[in-house]
Design a protein around this ligand. Structure first.
Ligand SMILES: [Zn+2]
Length: 265
């Protein structure tokens, strides 16, 4: 009887796995995701509203113009057409940036010095946008459900205050609510490499991603932001990016419009 039950459970998991194994856009990867894109996007929109309602928004016209130009330039390189992109600059000392499901992006003013110029911003936004395109939040929520952290799809909502911070953490805004739920190392690497392509196609010199990480490594002695939270050790990260530079430089050469490093921040 026990064996029959075990077989039933394993079969159910296998069926679920194959039903829910999804080919991800802009990469050759597949992933096991139990949440639907529309559900994730709704969570992202709700979470974004929630965070922004408590944040101090920076409305400097020059910086915001740059953020919109870089952000929309990166978004235009993705194959995702169903996102309602938003880019907000948040006044904070934290060196942080994130993108919630559905294209809801935040950049904190504390990271601007490390970005240094538009291309540095493109490197960070490329990485964050890639997390959203590759549905890393959906994958993490799925992992939490499988690990039985008390969540099922039917129950997930930001309205449940017990789950709220966990969900925001799973969507990348962990530092904001004090719960760091780091992306896995492989998610970080995938976001780095897909993001590198986005920035190059958007017309920003991909070598700027390497310079950004070198500067960031020196300036990030404090609390780690989302994208350093699982450290592919910075040297490994930089080596990986450098290994993919030749391909990225070809995309950059073929870009319709070139900004190089763009303007200084
Ligand atoms: Zn990241």
């Amino acid at each position: 009887m026990r064996t029959t039950n075990s077989i039933a459970v394993v079969s159910t998991i296998l069926v679920l796995f194959f039903c829910a194994c999804i080919k991800l856009p802009d990469s050759n990867k597949s992933a096991f995701i139990l949440t639907s894109p529309s559900f994730e996007n709704q969570l992202g929109a709700d979470g974004y509203r929630e965070v922004l309602s408590e944040a101090k928004i920076n409305r400097d016209p020059r910086l915001n113009e740059i953020l919109q130009r870089v952000g929309n330039g990166i978004a235009a390189q993705t194959s995702q057409t169903g996102f309602d992109w938003q880019f907000t600059l948040i006044e904070s000392k934290e060196q942080n940036a994130w993108c919630m499901p559905g294209g809801k992006v935040a950049v904190y003013t504390g990271i601007l010095p490390a970005m240094q110029n538009e291309a540095g911003m493109a490197a960070v936004l490329g990485h964050e946008v890639a997390h959203a395109i590759l549905r890393h939040s959906g994958q993490r929520i799925t992992q939490s459900m499988v690990l039985d952290l008390g969540m099922s799809v039917a129950e997930l909502s930001l309205g449940n205050s017990k789950q709220k911070n966990t969900l925001l953490g799973l969507m990348g805004a962990g530092a904001t609510v004090g719960i760091m739920l780091p992306y896995s190392r492989s998610h970080e690497t995938d976001a780095d490499l897909v993001g590198l392509k986005y920035m190059a196609k958007a017309g920003y010199d991909p070598r700027a991603a390497v310079s950004f990480w070198q500067r960031f490594q020196q300036s990030s002695a404090g609390a780690p932001p989302e994208f350093l939270s699982t450290h592919p050790a910075s040297s490994t990260r930089i080596r990986n990016l450098e290994a993919h530079l030749p391909e990225a430089l070809q995309l950059y050469d073929a870009a319709a419009k070139k900004f190089g490093n763009g303007v200084k921040l």
